[in-house]
Design a protein around this ligand. Structure first.
Ligand SMILES: C[S@@+](CC[C@H](N)C(=O)[O-])C[C@H]1O[C@@H](n2cnc3c(N)ncnc32)[C@H](O)[C@@H]1O
Length: 356
């Protein structure tokens, strides 16, 4: 089977429009991504391709409209998706590659455009080499095509997922995939002397939520040790007050723009509206965290931003997140986005603005 006809008739002979997507969430969170889709579309058919992580999903709507609805609702757990417009099953690798190449060559909208090729595969895939080698094999097959290749900032993305001997592919705008990283797996280079991997979370939040940290002047960092987030805020030129009963890394403590309070966040006091940004990555129960942070919101100026991670220690994360969001809303915060970033493990990140 090659290209999939999205229009087919159901048992009642009424025309039914469906679309299929490869959907990806952080490991263990695919059921919540599926639940988000179910709440949006009612009926969602899905097949697990990688347990807890990657699903082949059928939605009862055409591709463009389904993608528009998903984007409009900014899902928390659905990290990445691409439309399945090409499927190959049970063929040799060489035959699958040739058919995929002709599927791509026949897409007239790609003429003169820049294409990014993103390839993922399961461990039991019949392509035994790396995903990178498969990407190169595809690009070699497309060498005579009338378009150029780029890794980032391309006009279109060719996404391929190979599971056993099933090949699923689609061509879409990066923006329609929710992320322009393959599978939404955002990669940052580890820096020499980087204080903690936690820094990647704030770097990813900056990009995902489009936050310009350089416009802020004074930051409060709650649960700051060993200092990855603090080092990020210092690099963006801010004055930082960091609060944590644990030790900060000595490299961070050298900054003259840092005030470190080696205390529990329940014991500190600040002036009203002292800060224009508050961040919190405290490892504590989400309800206790919300209580502590809302108790310190007097120190955040009106219009100020807050970036807070919510640890999902609970069996029902969707209900827990709703409770935490309600606590913040009652305390005068407006949630701009709630999202499980790639660098979030068993947590999500809230981006909020103080409106009163
Ligand atoms: C995940 S670490 C933070 C990592 C940090 N964002 C970084 O980039 O290096 C969580 C921190 O929360 C702190 N923490 C837990 N409960 C706290 C409390 N009640 N008040 C202040 N800090 C707390 C812990 O001591 C720990 O250092």
């Amino acid at each position: 089977m090659n290209e999939i006809d999205e229009h087919f008739r159901g048992n009642d002979e009424q025309p039914t429009v469906n679309s299929r997507f490869i959907c990806t969430a952080n490991h263990g969170f695919a059921p919540y991504a599926q639940e988000e889709l179910r709440r949006l579309f009612g009926s969602v058919k899905s097949t697990v391709l990688v347990a807890g992580e990657v699903l082949l999903v059928t939605l009862p709507d055409e591709t463009i409209s389904a993608v528009d609805q998903i984007k409009a609702h900014a899902p928390m757990f659905l990290r990445h998706l691409f439309p399945v417009q090409f499927q190959e099953e049970g063929s040799s690798v060489e035959a699958a590659l040739s058919r995929l190449a002709s599927f791509v060559m026949n897409r007239s909208e790609l003429q003169g455009q820049i294409l990014s090729v993103q390839v993922r595969k399961t461990n039991d895939s019949h392509w035994e080499e790396s995903a990178g080698a498969l990407k190169q094999a595809i690009m070699d097959k497309l060498a005579d095509a009338a378009f150029d290749f780029a890794v980032r900032g391309a006009d279109f993305v060719l996404s391929l997922f190979v599971a056993k001997d099933f090949w699923y592919a689609g061509i879409s705008r990066a923006d329609d995939n929710l992320s322009d990283w393959s599978g939404g797996a955002v990669r940052f280079q580890k820096e020499e002397g980087q204080v903690s991997r936690a820094k990647f979370k704030l770097l990813e939040a900056e990009a995902a939520f489009g936050i310009d940290f350089t416009v802020f002047r004074k930051a409060l960092d709650i649960g700051a040790a060993p200092g990855g987030w603090t080092s990020f805020l210092l690099e963006r030129g801010l004055q930082v007050t960091a609060v944590d009963p644990a030790r900060m890394d000595s490299s961070v403590l050298q900054s003259p723009r840092l005030t470190f309070l080696r205390k529990n966040a329940g014991e500190v006091k600040f002036r009203d509206s002292e800060f224009d940004v508050l961040v919190c990555d405290m490892s504590w129960s989400p309800k206790q965290m919300a209580k502590l942070v809302t108790g310190l919101l007097y120190s955040l100026a009106r219009g100020g931003s807050a970036i807070v991670t919510v640890k999902l220690m609970h069996k029902k994360p969707l209900a827990l997140i709703q409770d935490v969001i309600s606590s913040f809303e009652q305390a005068g915060m407006q949630v701009q986005q709630a999202k499980q970033l790639f660098h979030n493990r068993d947590e999500i990140t809230l981006y909020m603005i103080k409106y009163s």
